[in-house]
Design a protein around this ligand. Structure first.
Ligand code: PRP
Length: 218
């Protein structure tokens, strides 16, 4: 039997995903060793192979078919814009993509002034400002600690993830506009969806049932 390959996002999301998969009978003993530096793990019995990739690369592996399935944040899926199927919202890691800044930037944003927007997500920012709001802005790509940008005068606002809101609060910033909801999603390669239809659909069905059961008990 051909291995079904699942791409996981290195770190917390991989652990959370494995917790869910275990509940539908898909486990991987090899992966539980926290000190391992291995990148690929197999469950021979189930014919399933897992690998750990950097968050932004998961949709790439899935689009090209190097992974049949991937678990990825909606932020990364939107930013990468890859050709793939998004099949399940796992509901983990819920947060929002927002335009944030100091309260003083609200008016400038509203009056469509030419402002600078710092972000780790230039494609999401472009789509929001150009296509949805029809507003011209200058987008500056950063790689992290985005909240710094308005504090030191690099940009007027930022487009970033807000989860608890504490990073914003502690730095005197606020949500100015909400762009979209985010959470972890299951993505599937378009060819695999046909070729491995039976195995993939069973996994989707089992996961959906598990999520429905969990929602009922809350
Ligand atoms: C993310 C995000 C915000 C923060 C939001 O950053 O970019 O900075 O978390 O969370 P909060 O609303 O709960 O404070 P992350 O910690 O992933 O690191 P980064 O700044 O390097 O992107």
């Amino acid at each position: 039997m051909r291995y079904l390959t699942i791409a996981l996002t290195k770190g917390r999301l991989a652990f959370k995903t494995m917790e869910l998969l275990e509940q539908i009978g898909i486990s991987c003993e090899e992966m539980k060793d926290k000190n391992t530096r291995k990148l690929i793990f197999t469950n021979e019995e189930l014919g399933i192979r897992f690998f750990l990739a950097k968050a932004n690369d998961v949709p790439t592996y899935v689009e090209y078919g190097a992974a049949d399935i991937g678990i990825s944040g909606k932020d990364v899926i939107l930013e990468e814009g890859r050709k793939l199927y998004e099949v399940i919202d796992l509901g983990t890691g819920r947060c929002k993509m927002c335009v944030c800044g100091p309260e003083s930037a609200r008016e400038r944003l509203k009056h469509h002034e030419l402002i600078r927007v710092a972000t780790k997500y230039p494609n999401i920012a472009k789509d929001y400002f150009y296509n949805k709001k029809h507003q011209t802005v200058e987008i500056i790509k950063l790689n992290g600690s985005i909240e710094l940008a308005p504090l030191v005068g690099l940009s007027e606002v930022i487009v970033d993830i807000v989860e608890t809101g504490s990073t914003l609060r502690e730095n005197g910033l606020t949500v100015l506009e909400e762009i979209c909801d985010l959470s972890a999603r299951v993505i599937v390669n378009q060819v695999s969806m046909k070729r491995e239809n039976e195995r993939i659909n069973k996994m989707i069905r089992d996961l959906k049932q598990l999520l429905a059961r969990q929602a009922d008990t809350v």
